[in-house]
Ligand binder design. Sequence first.
Ligand SMILES: [Zn+2]
Length: 297
Amino acid sequence: MDFRACLRFLTVLGLSAACLAGASAQTPKLPEKVPAPKVHAPPAGNIPPEHLGDTPVPEARPGDEASGAEKAKKPAEDKKPAGEPVTPATAPLPTEPPPAAKPKMQADPRSEEKPLSPMPAAELACRWRLRDLGVAFEDRPAEADEAGCSMPYPVSVRGLGKDVALEPAALMNCATAEAAARFARDIIAPAAKREFGTGLKSVTHASAYVCRPRNGTTKLSEHAFGNALDISRFSLADGKTVDVILRPEETEARFLGAVRKAACGPFKTVLGPGNADHDTHFHLDLAPRRNGGTVCE
Ligand SMILES: [Zn+2]
């Protein structure tokens, strides 16, 4: 009787040890190569089964085999449908593109100005002049931004004079409000009377305080200091409107040309149609310049 037959026979009787004697006499044939036992990876996190459920289990990464813990929790029907492509476990994980770094703005000393209390005398004096000019305005809290935009003493302006509205109300510094009010009274209103025989009712702006750089640069715009006003339309007392455009008709062209020319001086920068990015408005600002120069294009 060979070893296996002996074992089957005697196991029933609990006498399998007796086979060993026979086995030693008759060595069984073993395969020359024995396959190495498969080693299973421990479950993710090596969580003992008794602790499953009270420990949060991280979500499987795409392409990963479900961890042992997840297998234990997942119902059988939750398996991926056959045929769905499986990403190899070694594939790189999808990564989010890094957030675009904000371009660093060129330094401007005005960025460091912080509001003082009480307000400096020059700011108070400016407000008295606004009242004399009939400007409708209110003080507003300081504006500041990590990019360097700053306006320590803003005013919200809704009228440039007794009978001249600013639409919509706009946030700017007091000096810009004063320059705009004088410009409306001394230049725009007389030009409207001369060309159209009627008064100025309102000025429409496209922007005033805006925290942004100059187009295509890392230099902060004068708008970032509330030091600029973009005018896009003039509305007259008789209901006529004159838009700032590249090719106005003759009378409007004369009116717009006169206004634009006279703005240079009271404002330090005057840009308008024909200049890049300014075909639909006059950009007027009080940029501080060495030697009191102006840029009018
Ligand atoms: Zn502008």
